[in-house]
Ligand binder design. Sequence first.
Ligand code: PEP
Ligand code: MG
Length: 757
Amino acid sequence: MMRDIGGGPRVLLRRLRELMAEPLEPQERLDRIVREIASNMVAEVCSLYVLRADSVLELYATEGLNPSAVHRAQLQIGQGLVGTIAASARALNLTDAQKHPAFAYLPETGEEIYNSFLGVPVLRAGRTLGVLTVQNRTKRNYREDELEALETTAMVIAEMIATGDLARLSRPGLDLDLSRPMSFTGLAFNEGIGLGHVVLHEPRIVVTNLFNEDSEEEVRRLESALGSLRLSIDDMLSRRDVASEGEHRAVLEAYRMFAHDQGWVRRIEEAVRNGLTAEAAVEKVQSDMRARMMHMTDPYMRERMSDFDDLANRLLRQLMGRGPEAIAESLPKDAIIVARSMGAAELLDYPRERLRGLVLEDGAITSHIVIVARAMAIPVAGQVTGAVSMSENGDAIIVDGDAGRVHLRPQADVEGAYAEKVRFRAKRQELYRELRGRPSVTRDGVAVDLMMNAGLAVDLPQLAESGAAGIGLYRTELQFMVAATFPRAEQQEELYRHVLDVARDKPVTFRTIDIGGDKVLPYFKSAKPEENPALGWRAIRLTLDRPALLRTQIRALLKAAGGRELRVMFPMVTEIGEIRQARELIDREVRHLSRFAHHLPTSLKLGAMLEVPSLMWQLDELMQAVDFVSVGSNDLFQFVMAADRGNTLLSDRFDPLSVPFLRVLRQIADAGKRAGTPVTLCGELAGRTISAMALIGLGYRSISMSPAAIGPVKAMLCELPAGELAAMLDALLGKPDGGTDMRGLLDEFARKHDIPL
Ligand code: PEP
Ligand code: MG
């Protein structure tokens, strides 16, 4: 199959290997490479164009064209044959190039006399960095193996570009495309701004050994690695936690199918037979494939592409004898993790003090990784398409978690603006830290407990840091949501004990698992698909129907709180009967444990969350039935307004600071006062300064929020004349509502009294 004239692909690759090993200046090396290719392929011309940051392809080296055109001749992306190759990331093989509609003649090169043309994109991780071409005067047909050889050479050049070898050849102000600043718009998953350097979660494995010594031996090595890869996938599939149906299984099954995909395997083998090492062949096939797929819009195909990417990475690891990448010791101090997607547990493997942000190509606000990142107070941008393939480890990067934007290799002015924002925030944080030691009392002497919400062990350091008075809402379902299977009783108990240990004498209110609705456990599905999951089988409804689940949790809580106070509340209570039922179950557990002489809590306080409007007409009974009530304003608002809390089309449509909802909140606070039952509020409303101010005006004396909100809310509180605000709200809410702009009036009140909002 291989011809002898010119030496064929294997000889070319050997020559390239020698050239790469020689101590040459970059320009000299390029010149020798193009000369070698031309001679090997019996072509009169071989040229290399490199893509600059301004989208211009500049001639970097040539054998055969006018040498004075080097670094002078240039084409836009999409212009001429070379520009077409760069734009499409596909090779062009033409017997009569001048007949091609895109043909454009650059007079400085003197290329008008050439007829046949073969050009390939210079690709790295699917990204086009340049174009490599050969030309002949005769109308010649370039063979498939010649195309392969040229593509392989292009890979070598891609490495030279990526390692910065060619950067020295560019003229001042004309950077290479690889260092071009890029901005991406995704979704804001967690607020905050992070400046730092890219750490690819799955670092691209850098293949340094490109050329094989013995193709047959190399094919055998490839086959053995493929064999192990297939076995490891089978092994994962047979593990208990993926044995049943589910997303995870579906992904692995797709992997298994691809690992046996004849086309994929054949293309890799072909590249090996042409002289590449198995690793280089895997990378080449992957890069070609990704470049082609990049132009596809079909989401199914794109998804499959990322499966192939993962698979190729696994295969590379097999070949290089490496396990999953250990977290590098050399992690920068300001790491911003860039990943297609990742598991929550993997994020926890990174040292927190070095993390400045997280960029995900996939993900949703409800994904586990995002929940955990939020608990760790890391800024997150999600759905950032292209972030992984466009970044290199060590690139400067900014994550704007407020706007969901990412700036890769930012220009100095962008970086300056963000650095200023970060400094400003840090200064404010400093101010909040100073407030931490001050009593939480309004200007007119009303004490208000500022509590924090939590749900994972990583949240706990915030308790001391934020100066919160306790944990007002501990969302126990988060432990269930980040696990692969139901956490065992001992694991639950261990976590609860840890929470209480960290909290010491500060109160903690545990909420029993609140799953269903938008909080799904992949390993636990509702028996029937639900049309309206928010109104469905969830929270206390579900746990009362699955008493074993609730009993296990209650027992774990009782044991963990032995010798101290235990506060437990139930989510989504709809009728008083549910509280009675839950209390019976708890009583039974208490009796059970005392029979076995367990150390019991010193006191047990039971509460209900007020999230379902039906309780509004059972308020007095409710206050009698429990030791405390906690308003879940997120759900309560969604149900009062009939507006899905996750629907962005509705997110600004109705205002919780409107007369109807403020009246609802006031009625609850009043009922609590009448009965002497403490009422608190633990939805997002408590964490926004203006609404926190309103809550205090309505009579709330304990509110629970995300730890980051404690500082700003306290700064507001210290300046608030609570009595005056209460009088104003009383008057306004007592009047017939003609669409009063309550938010505007509250804003004005704050301004008048110099209250920082
Ligand atoms: C709420 O609904 O306000 C609440 C605190 O619970 P969650 O947000 O967990 O549903
Ligand atoms: Mg809720």
